[in-house]
Design a protein around this ligand. Structure first.
Ligand SMILES: [Zn+2]
Length: 136
């Protein structure tokens, strides 16, 4: 397991109020390159939760879809105002993800590889292209 993957796997125990339903059933279903993005997002949500002691977030699924992050969760015991701010933080991380290489974390663009949208930097894209050629 890479160091980034280990850091991702540690998030549910680091932020129990963000993962109130426990660890993700399917883990973090995206590349290691989004590790720092997820760490920042969990830290932001956790800080926002400090405003309301009873509030919690049950994060249910975190995955890649169409070259961008999808963060699915449920809120409990929180005001509408706090829910709105947490939703804004999640949307902003989801938007940012499409410009962060899912593989290595460097600045990236979304590319269609065999009709599948993927957020990759130029060097990971070149590597992916080589692998695809070899598999033909
Ligand atoms: Zn990359």
């Amino acid at each position: 397991m890479s160091e980034d993957r280990a850091r991702l796997c540690a998030l549910p125990s680091r932020y129990p109020r963000v993962f109130a339903a426990g660890p993700l059933p399917w883990g973090f279903e995206h590349g290691d390159g989004w590790c720092a993005l997820l760490e920042d997002l969990c830290e932001t949500i956790n800080t926002l939760l400090l405003e309301e002691p009873d509030a919690s977030v049950s994060t249910l699924q975190v995955k890649e879809k169409f070259g961008a992050l999808r963060f699915y969760c449920r809120y409990a015991s929180m005001s509408q105002a706090l829910a709105t701010r947490i939703t804004t933080a999640i949307r902003s991380a989801e938007d940012a993800s499409s410009q962060i290489c899912e593989q290595c974390g460097q600045p990236a663009q979304r590319h269609a590889i065999r009709n599948v949208m993927t957020a990759l930097c130029a060097s990971c894209l070149a590597q992916r292209a080589l692998l695809e050629d070899e598999s033909l």
